[in-house]
Write a protein that binds this ligand. Structure first.
Ligand code: ADP
Ligand code: ZN
Length: 432
């Protein structure tokens, strides 16, 4: 099932024509209305007339999070404030939040984009979606909310946190689907079990998870724990919010709504475009936004693009799972390490729970990394030998993957802090 049959199955030529038309309109608008972009284009010696099709995209200037911060709060808006009906702000995971705005039309396009995702996941009228993403400045709650209403799904606007109440609602309101971060889904499932409730005894059948990097292994664990299909949703507030990309049931990468947001992959050092299949920094240009149409926004998320046909029949280009955000990349003794690499290893080990943190420190001017992983109930009461064997196994598997000797420490069950929103995977003890 598709929500927008036409937009999701455009031929290559049709897509190129649509993207080109929308890009040209956008460039003209920002040149007229956003002094920042006009100045950038003047500095680069280009005018809107130089952008003749989507092939000229890489002539345009990049936009960074810092640019948004420098023009805090509304400096990059392309419409007068009277036309802005909503503002949100990024969650500020990596510093001062950035402020984003939407016109009435933007809100509508956003809801449609999320509706496409939910339809691809298999949502139908009669589904009851509990939105456990935060409502407020964060885009997660409202984003899912409006998209679900668009397709006639019943929404329970629970927002994040208050885990016992989440569980009570799941049981009593007949919730069939849950939207939250993958780490919060795990926490909810775990808490249900601790309360003696079998998560599989509820009506839950679907999960809409995103807002943080997670691995395929994590998906399997969540599906097993909750007895649901766990679907991936990607987005970022600067571009819109959730609904930029989604996976279909073939789970072979995420389809990007590329009639709205044109993706590129660039090498983060040279800023040159990378071909399909090569990993680099994901960059988006908004071609159908009114209030905040960013050009070539550098997401700092790392992935690759895939233009091979998907079995679902959608022609929306796909991106791989986000392997990490460049802000989360640790460089330990010259080796790049992402939390997702650690996650993919530890989640395969039967004796440990899917809760971990990476602890970075600096000893004698050298960065060190320790991985703390929670043992499953029962292991700690086992012999010391079991603990040592599991620690050794993880150490050696991390070594094969990273070529780095990482100290692994099994910690007691329930000692690693649980997250109701975006999980904090890195504890940095280095003095800045
Ligand atoms: P912040 O940058 O403050 O976290 P947002 O709340 O807008 O701002 O979060 C957007 C970011 O969340 C993305 O750039 C990406 O790093 C991460 N993210 C969102 N969805 C996913 C997903 N499905 N998989 C991996 N990472 C995701
Ligand atoms: Zn598909």
């Amino acid at each position: 099932m598709r929500y927008l049959q036409k937009e999701e199955t455009l031929s290559l030529d049709e897509k190129k024509a649509l993207q080109s038309k929308r890009l040209i309109e956008t460039v003209n608008r920002v040149y007229e209305n956003v002094p920042f972009y006009r100045q950038k284009m003047i500095d680069m010696g280009i005018t809107p007339g130089d952008i003749k099709s989507i092939d000229d995209l890489n002539k345009l200037p990049f936009t960074t999070k810092q640019d948004l911060r420098d023009h805090y709060p509304y400096g990059l808006f392309a419409v007068p404030m009277e036309e802005v009906v909503r503002v949100h702000a990024s969650s500020g995971t990596t510093g001062r939040p950035t402020v984003v705005g939407y016109t009435k039309n933007d809100i509508d396009v956003w809801a449609d984009a999320v509706a496409r995702c939910l339809t691809a996941y298999g949502f139908e009228k009669g589904d009851i979606l509990q939105v456990a993403y935060g409502y407020g400045l964060f885009t997660g709650g409202f984003g899912l909310h409006y998209g679900a209403e668009k397709i006639g799904v019943t929404v329970i606007p629970m927002s994040g946190g208050n885990t016992k109440k989440q569980i009570q609602l799941i049981q009593e309101f007949g919730t069939t689907a849950l939207a939250c971060t993958p780490s919060y889904a795990l926490y909810i499932g775990e808490t249900m079990k601790n309360m003696g409730i079998d998560p599989k005894s509820t009506n839950l059948r679907l999960g809409v998870f995103g807002a943080e990097p997670w691995t395929e292994e994590m998906r399997e664990q969540i599906e097993e724990l909750l007895g649901i299909k766990a679907m991936n949703i990607y987005g970022l507030s600067e571009i819109m919010g959730p609904g930029v990309a989604f996976d279909c049931h073939h789970k072979d990468g995420l389809h990007i709504n590329d009639d709205l947001f044109v993706p590129e992959i660039v090498n983060p050092h040279t800023l040159e475009n990378e071909p399909y299949g090569t990993e680099g920094e994901l960059v988006f240009t908004c071609i159908k936004k009114e209030a905040l149409p960013l050009l070539r926004y550098r997401t700092r998320d790392l992935t690759y693009l895939d233009n091979t046909p998907c079995q679902c029949g959608r022609s929306l280009v796909r991106m791989g799972r986000i392997s990490g955000r460049s802000d989360d990349m640790l460089i330990i003794r010259g080796v790049n390490v992402f939390p997702s690499q650690v996650e993919s290893i530890i989640l395969k080990i039967a004796e440990v729970a899917p809760h971990y943190v990476l602890i970075v420190d600096r000893v004698n001017n050298l960065d060190t990394l320790e991985v703390w992983v929670e043992a499953k109930e029962g292991i700690f009461t086992d012999t010391i030998k079991t603990l040592e064997r599991v620690e050794k196994q993880i150490t050696s598997e991390l070594f094969s993957l990273l070529g780095l000797h990482v100290k692994v420490k099994l910690v007691e069950p329930k000692t690693i802090e649980r997250s109701e929103g975006k999980a904090k995977r890195i504890i940095d003890r280095r003095q800045k």
